[in-house]
Write a protein that binds this ligand. Structure first.
Ligand SMILES: Cc1cc2nc3c(=O)[nH]c(=O)nc-3n(C[C@H](O)[C@H](O)[C@H](O)COP(=O)(O)OP(=O)(O)OC[C@H]3O[C@@H](n4cnc5c(N)ncnc54)[C@H](O)[C@@H]3O)c2cc1C
Length: 258
C-alpha cells in the first residue's frame, strides 16, 4: 500500500504571537498540490502519526512548504507543533485536496478573499498564483481578527506582494488589502459579515453591493463565519461552486470545532 505521508524537515519557525506561528519545511519532490489546497500535517506521537488538516501557504511552484498555525494550548497537535525547531521531523500527507481554486469559479471582474484568523492561509497561496492576477480586475483580501497582533502577514500584503518579480505590478494595480479588527481600535473595525451586510466592503471598491454578475468570492473561516457569509451571499443569488461545478463563491473550513 502507498504511504499516506512522508517525513520532512522543519527549516524555519516564526512566532507571530502567543497564539500564532508559521513554519517552513522541506517538500517531497513527488508532492503535488494546487494553490489554495490543504493537506494532512502532523507529528509522530507515542509511535503513531497525529495528523490535522493544514492549508498550504506556499504556492504550488515553490520548493519548500509553508504553513500558518494556531496554538491551541490543550490541542493534541498544536500544543506540540508550536515547539518544533529547525531540523525536527514533520509528517506531510501525500494527497492535497480542497475547493479554493479559481478554476471552480465562473469568470468575474473582482475576486474577494474573505477570511478570519488562520483562514488567511490558503489565500496566501491563492494570491501567489499568476493566473489569479490575469483573471480578475481587482483582488480584495479581507482578513478579520480579534486583536491587531493577530494580523500576521501584513508586511507580505503591504510590501512583498507589491514588489513581486512577476506579478508585483499587477498586484500594485489590483490588490485591495483590508485587515479588520473586532476587539481593539484599528483603522478598520468590525466583523466581515457586518461589513458585507451594511455595504462597507462594497464601498471599499466603489460599488453599492456585491453582485453575482461581477463578483466572485472565496471564504475561509469558522463554521459560524462560513454559515453567516454564505447566507448573505445566497440572499443575493450567489451560487456555491465546488470541484465539480463552477460557481460564484467557494468555501473551506478554517477548522472544525471538536
Ligand atoms: C480544511 C481545514 C484546513 C485547516 N487549515 C489550518 C491551517 O492552515 N492552520 C491552522 O492553524 N489550522 C488549520 N486547520 C485546523 C487544524 O486541522 C487543527 O484543528 C489545528 O491545528 C489544531 O489542532 P489540535 O490537535 O492542536 O487541536 P484540535 O483538537 O484539532 O482543535 C481543538 C479546538 O481548537 C480550535 N481550533 C482548531 N484549529 C483552529 C484554528 N485554526 N483557529 C482557531 N481555532 C482553532 C477548535 O475550537 C477546536 O475545537 C484546518 C482545518 C480544516 C478542516
Amino acid at each position: 500500500m502507498a504511504a499516506h505521508h512522508t517525513e520532512q524537515k522543519v527549516l524555519t519557525v516564526h512566532h507571530w504571537s502567543d497564539r500564532l506561528f508559521s513554519l517552513t519545511c522541506t517538500r517531497d519532490p513527488n508532492f503535488r498540490f494546487e494553490n489554495g489546497q490543504f493537506v494532512m500535517l502532523g507529528l509522530m506521537v507515542d509511535g503513531k502519526p497525529l495528523m490535522r488538516a493544514y492549508s498550504m501557504v506556499s504556492a504550488s511552484y515553490e520548493e519548500t512548504l509553508e504553513f500558518y498555525s494556531i496554538k491551541v494550548p490543550e490541542g493534541p497537535l498544536t500544543s506540540r507543533l508550536q515547539h518544533v525547531t529547525p531540523g525536527d521531523t514533520l509528517l506531510i500527507g501525500t494527497r492535497a485536496v480542497g475547493t479554493l481554486h479559481i478554476r471552480n469559479l465562473k469568470p468575474g471582474r473582482r475576486l474577494w478573499l474573505l477570511c478570519t484568523g488562520t483562514g488567511l492561509a490558503p489565500f496566501l497561496s491563492v494570491v501567489k498564483d499568476p493566473a489569479v492576477w490575469d483573471a480578475f480586475e481587482q483582488v480584495i483580501v479581507v482578513h478579520g481578527v480579534r486583536e491587531v497582533k493577530d494580523l500576521s502577514y501584513r508586511d507580505f500584503f503591504e510590501r512583498d506582494l507589491l514588489q513581486h518579480e512577476y506579478f508585483g505590478e499587477q498586484a500594485r494595480q489590483k490588490l485591495v488589502y483590508l485587515p479588520t479588527v473586532t476587539r481593539e481600535d484599528f483603522a478598520c473595525r468590525g466583523r466581515i459579515t457586518d461589513m458585507l451586510r451594511d455595504g462597507r466592503l462594497a464601498a471599499r471598491v466603489g460599488i453599492a453591493a456585491l453582485t453575482p454578475a461581477e463578483d466572485r468570492v472565496m471564504i475561509c473561516g469558522s463554521t459560524e463565519m462560513l454559515k453567516e457569509t454564505m447566507a448573505l451571499l445566497e440572499e443575493r443569488h450567489f451560487a456555491e461552486g465546488d470541484t465539480h461545478e463552477q460557481g460564484d463563491f467557494l468555501i473551506e473550513k478554517a477548522f472544525v470545532t471538536r
